[in-house]
Design a protein around this ligand. Structure first.
Ligand SMILES: Cc1ncc(COP(=O)(O)O)c(C=O)c1O
Length: 458
């Protein structure tokens, strides 16, 4: 459905709006995204057909894109090192099977993610369990399922796991999570290596060295190595280099104190992706070169046997290949600073994408159900929730003839959107559909109103 152009909201030329509002920057959009007859297609499917089959909002996930990114990380790190997909970015049985089939391990950080992986048929040994406050039940389940690595995050947890292991006559492999103090230069809420936050054992305070001492003193735990994760959406790879150097230094100190050489060094995830044309992330090959050369050099200098490296990308695998499709409901042209901004309300919002409200994240969006030659209008794509901070795309140039009933597509929503979705305002969470080579299937079905009301005991 279209309506007459709204020239009142149109932006003057030369205001920084994109030259072609219909263009799809390949650095931002899924690899299969195209325009056919003006309409956006993904996985060879017309988004209008996807919207009528699955409803909107809809996460459409390009399976080939996801799998290709898994393979690119695997081949960049080669056989001597390991890559684990961080399931928190997006977790469903099918995508965890894709990751495993492409040769990746899988990181989980809660019982729910662990059960998803186990019920998907993934073997325990390829899993790693994270979390800063794992319950005793989670630790017991992970131990019983033969989870490959448990990442220890507190002194209490060392004692709890040691007790569980002794009772079960098992010897779980553990990594000690280290807070390196490296400034990730990302949003505060997704930076995890500065000392004043909740994760890991501080390197600077000596807590990390003490945690290693306690693990080594415990016969029921096998110290496999060290873990560090400095934050997320990091586009400057030299940040990982600093963390890798500090971790190699700790490995040398452990060898000097205990005569033990650690076998594994897990440097976490956090590799940034392009959400807008201003983002320039490093590709897996560059990340691998930087990390492996840093660790090789630091180990050689310290006379250490080089440990096996692991990385844990989540966003860089799941993020770029998924789009969110929304239907436009209302449009208001609102005066601001002498100009006009179009508030475009869509049928989702902060319940399917909390990142804009939480981190002031930036996104790219386009009119998807048709192309347009109308001039650009400075727009703000907002949701349907009762919050003025319910913003999906803070600043977007959309065609001035945008109208209710049009479909909008927001790029790079595969990570931390559906996985962080909520039922705020009792809104059912959207479906996730996998698209590939002209066919689509449900990964996660849309919630119904019955689902939303199911837990209400009144
Ligand atoms: C321990 C750990 N590993 C990996 C990741 C994945 O990060 P990203 O999705 O930014 O790659 C996270 C994210 O928070 C994490 O906490």
């Amino acid at each position: 459905m279209t309506s007459a152009a709204r020239p009142a909201g149109a932006s003057p030329p030369g205001d920084g709006s994109p030259a072609d509002l219909n263009a799809l920057d390949p650095a931002i959009w899924p690899r299969s995204a195209r325009r056919a007859g003006g309409v956006l297609t993904i996985g060879g499917l017309d988004v209008r057909d996807l919207a009528s089959e699955f409803g909107t909002p809809l996460f459409a996930c390009d399976e080939n894109d996801f799998r290709a990114r898994c393979r690119e990380f695997r081949s960049a790190f080669g056989d001597r090192d390991a890559v684990c997909y961080a399931a928190k970015a997006f977790c469903s049985r099918e995508v965890l099977r894709w990751a495993a089939a492409e040769g990746l391990g899988v990181d989980v950080c809660t019982e729910g993610e662990l059960e998803t992986a186990l019920s998907a048929g993934l073997p325990g040994p390829i899993l790693t369990l994270h979390g800063n406050n794992k319950s005793v039940a989670e630790l017991a389940r992970a131990t019983d399922a033969g989870v490959g690595h448990i990442v220890l995050d507190s002194f209490e947890e060392i004692a709890r796991l040691a007790y569980l292991a002794e009772q079960r006559h098992t010897r779980p492999k553990v990594l000690v999570r280290v807070t390196t103090g490296v400034d990730a230069r990302t949003h505060e809420y997704i930076a995890t290596a500065h000392d004043d936050q909740k994760f890991g054992f501080s390197l600077a305070s000596g807590a990390a060295a003490e945690a290693v001492r306690r693990v080594i003193a415990c016969p029921d735990l096998e110290l496999a190595g060290l873990h560090s994760h400095i934050g997320s959406q990091i586009t400057d790879p030299t940040r990982f280099q600093s963390a890798a150097e500090l971790m190699a230094g700790l490995a040398a100190a452990i060898r000097d104190e205990h005569g033990v050489e650690i076998a594994e060094l897990d440097l976490g995830g956090g590799f940034g992706i392009a959400y807008t044309a201003g983002d320039h992330p490093a590709d897996p090959l560059r990340i691998a070169r930087i990390l492996t050369s840093t660790v090789d050099a630091a180990c050689a200098a310290a006379g250490l046997t080089r440990p096996r490296l692991t990385v844990e990308p989540g966003r860089a695998i799941a993020g770029p290949g998924t789009i969110t499709l929304y239907e436009v409901g209302t449009i208001k042209d609102v005066p601001f600073d002498g100009g006009l901004r179009s508030y475009v309300s869509v049928d989702g919002g902060m319940s399917d994408n909390i990142r804009t409200a939480l981190y002031d994240a930036r996104y790219t969006c386009v009119l998807a159900s048709r192309e347009s030659t109308a001039p650009p209008a400075l727009s703000r794509v907002v949701g349907r929730h009762c919050e003025s901070g319910d913003i999906v795309v803070r600043d977007a140039y959309l065609p001035a003839d945008l109208a209710p009933g049009d479909l909008l597509a927001v790029a790079a929503t595969g990570a931390y959107c559906r996985s962080a979705a909520s039922n705020y305002n009792h809104v059912p969470r959207p479906a996730v559909a996998a698209v590939r080579d002209g066919s689509a299937r449900t990964l996660v079905r849309r919630e119904t109103m019955e689902d939303v009301l199911r837990l209400d005991a009144g």
